[in-house]
Design a protein around this ligand. Structure first.
Ligand SMILES: [Zn+2]
Length: 261
């Protein structure tokens, strides 16, 4: 697969019109009967939480709750585009209850910046939170039930392919290998033995993190500490075409939510 390799010292790839993407997100959510909540708004840029209830059928399986977030880093356009595609396709197991936050940092996308307008990396603000965006996000999270699974959609401009971080402290059956198997059909996997300074194997990083020892929490550490006992941070490689990265994230989410269906 062609690797354009445009990214040196940061992301220099395609950008998106986040206002247009969010309008399409709202249209698709409405069309498919999802509820939509605005939990924060600034400069007419909304932080949206979309919710799909499981379909109740006779003899239906117990529902599973999955939380999916994207767009916390404004220079990672594949996440919000993957969220939009997932909504437009609207292909979920009947028993799936889905909470989808399609873009946590819309202002960042208007600036093509990882950070927000005050130059804060929102994905380091989940402990002793200070930013309005994350205070609003945590207030929303506190109103939600616990999730069986979380998926955080990201890109990495330095990686050689797709990879993921797994948090699974109770050693539940891992979804990591299944996610990688689905993604490798559409996007190269980063096979490095070390990714971001942590040991990796076949695109899977299982960091041994004790949240209490970390001063700055990313979203995933908040989720694993308060809302869920299993989850994946999905990293699409920014050095590959945007369509490939979107395909990778969509394939990863589908693999995870269709795990037992
Ligand atoms: Zn990111």
């Amino acid at each position: 697969m062609l690797r354009p390799g445009k990214n040196h010292g940061g992301y220099h790839g395609e950008t998106i019109d986040i206002r247009a993407v969010l309008r399409e997100v709202e249209t698709a959510a409405q069309r498919h009967g999802w509820t939509s909540e605005v939990f924060h708004e600034r400069s007419e840029l909304k932080l949206l939480a979309l919710h799909r209830l499981p379909l109740s059928t006779l003899n239906s399986k117990p529902s599973t709750r999955t939380y999916i977030s994207a767009g916390i880093h404004g220079d990672e356009p594949a996440g919000p585009l993957a969220a939009l595609r997932l909504l437009q396709e609207n292909h979920w197991p009947d028993a799936a209850e889905i909470f989808l936050l399609p873009c946590l940092n819309p202002i960042g996308f208007t600036l093509n910046s990882r950070a927000n307008a005050e130059n804060t990396d929102l994905n380091r603000d989940y402990r002793n939170s200070k930013t309005k965006e994350i205070l609003a996000h945590i207030a929303w999270l506190e109103r939600q039930p616990k999730f069986d699974l979380y998926l955080c959609l990201h890109e990495d401009w330095e990686s050689h392919g797709f990879y993921l971080y797994e948090q699974n402290p109770d050693q539940q059956p891992s979804l990591a290998e299944k996610i990688i198997a689905a993604v490798e059909k559409v996007c190269p996997i980063d096979l490095s033995e070390s990714i971001e300074g942590r040991p990796a194997q076949n695109g899977i990083v299982r960091p041994n993190i004790s949240p209490q020892e970390r001063p700055d929490w990313p979203e995933a550490l908040y989720l694993i500490s308060h809302k869920s006992r299993q989850g994946y941070t999905l990293e699409a490689p920014s050095d590959f075409p945007l369509a490939t990265r979107v395909n990778a994230l969509v394939a990863a989410v589908n693999a995870a939510v269709w795990m037992d269906g």
